[in-house]
Design a protein around this ligand. Structure first.
Ligand code: AMP
Ligand code: MG
Length: 340
């Protein structure tokens, strides 16, 4: 299959491909998504084939406006409307009870569905033009780091999808926050672009699922099906080092071997000269770290490093999402050093 390269001027073509059951790479503010008409069971099935995604890992439905929520969900609690008015359009996915018309392939047979209204202008325009909800997971091959640029997505999907709509680099860079509103208190299943602190301002009480912090053991049944799969991993094994940045830099410097690669804060780049180093922004700039993280993880696959060391930020704000992705990329291989 030839993958059509589309830009803003080809919006109608992208919408047509989606309506007609094709697979289209779509830009969002979080990461690029692999989109298909979410009401078309066959089209949704092709997403799983293209990604090599396990069938029991459900998809998020993307809608152009919050008003569409009541079309596809039932028994919607007030908290969902409160969150929609605070954070939509934006990087928040809400888990709600699904109406019967949602194909089983979207929900992986669950009674719930993940709903998101993205903020990226071109994404909203294509959703509006398509006139259907678009089911989309991240546009990477299953297990690889999520794509934050059209080029990343083509590395994985060229020839496997009908088109890709280039909307430039993603401004958030980590996926949406997933919050389950079918339980009380609401529960964060995946930290993301909307922070826990922001959610607490609107909802008061919010819990964070254990799967955010640790690997699910075999036999445990995770709240978010995606939690049990290997994720975001570059080819070389990753170790995350957490603690005060000065001390994590010292630790990494002492451990380096000839073919080590490093993901570090800007301030510490000089410590690792002679090695393959990707800086993800300064210590305090969590937005920049989130934006650059997946790009860094992918970049190592184009180098000959045999191991990767990464400085992890604090768990506050966007740091919770950044650490979650780093920890998963590392298979939760995390070293704690010193005080913060
Ligand atoms: P991705 O953004 O590529 O990771 O794919 C969507 C994520 O949403 C996966 O981690 C899914 O497990 C999660 N998800 C989608 N629908 C549901 C649902 N109904 N309940 C729990 N998690 C879901
Ligand atoms: Mg994904």
């Amino acid at each position: 299959m030839k993958t059509e390269r589309l830009t803003e001027k080809d919006l109608e073509r992208a919408a047509e491909l989606l309506r007609e059951g094709g697979l289209v790479g779509i830009p969002t503010e979080t990461v690029y998504g692999l989109g298909a008409n979410g009401l078309n069971e066959e089209a949704v099935g092709r997403i799983f084939e293209a990604k090599g995604r396990p069938q029991d890992n459900p998809l998020i439905l993307h809608i152009p406006t919050g008003e569409w929520l009541i079309r596809y969900c039932k028994e919607i609690p007030q908290a969902a409307f409160d969150l929609a008015s605070a954070f939509w359009p934006g990087p928040l996915t809400m888990i709600l009870k699904a109406r019967d018309m949602i194909p089983k392939r979207v929900t992986a047979g669950l009674e719930t569905v993940g709903m998101r209204c993205p903020a990226h202008p071109l994404c909203r325009a294509v959703l509006t033009a398509a006139g259907v909800p678009v089911a989309a997971p991240s546009g990477n091959t299953s297990g690889r780091p999520s794509p934050t640029k059209a080029e990343h997505m083509l590395e994985d999907m060229d020839g496997k999808i009908n088109g890709i709509l280039d909307g430039g680099p993603c401004t958030v860079g980590v996926e949406s926050t997933i919050v389950d509103l079918t339980v009380w208190p609401p529960r964060v299943l995946r930290p993301g672009g909307v922070t826990l602190e922001q959610l607490r301002e609107v909802l008061g009480n919010v819990e964070v699922d254990e799967g955010v912090f640790r690997l699910m053991e075999s036999g445990e049944s995770p709240r978010a099906p995606g939690m049990k799969y290997r994720h975001y991993a570059p080819k070389a094994p990753v170790t995350v080092v957490r603690g005060a940045p000065e001390q994590t830099a010292d630790y990494i410097e002492a451990e380096l071997t000839e073919k080590s690669g490093v993901i570090c804060f800007e301030e510490y780049e000089g410590r690792f000269s002679g090695h393959t180093v990707y800086t993800i922004g300064s210590v305090g700039d969590l937005s920049q770290q989130a934006r650059l993280l997946f790009d860094a993880l992918r970049a190592f696959d184009h180098s000959d490093v045999t191991e990767i060391w990464a400085q992890g930020p604090e768990d506050q704000g966007l740091g919770l999402a950044i650490n979650n992705r780093l920890n998963k990329a590392a298979g939760f291989h995390v070293v704690e050093v010193g005080e913060r």
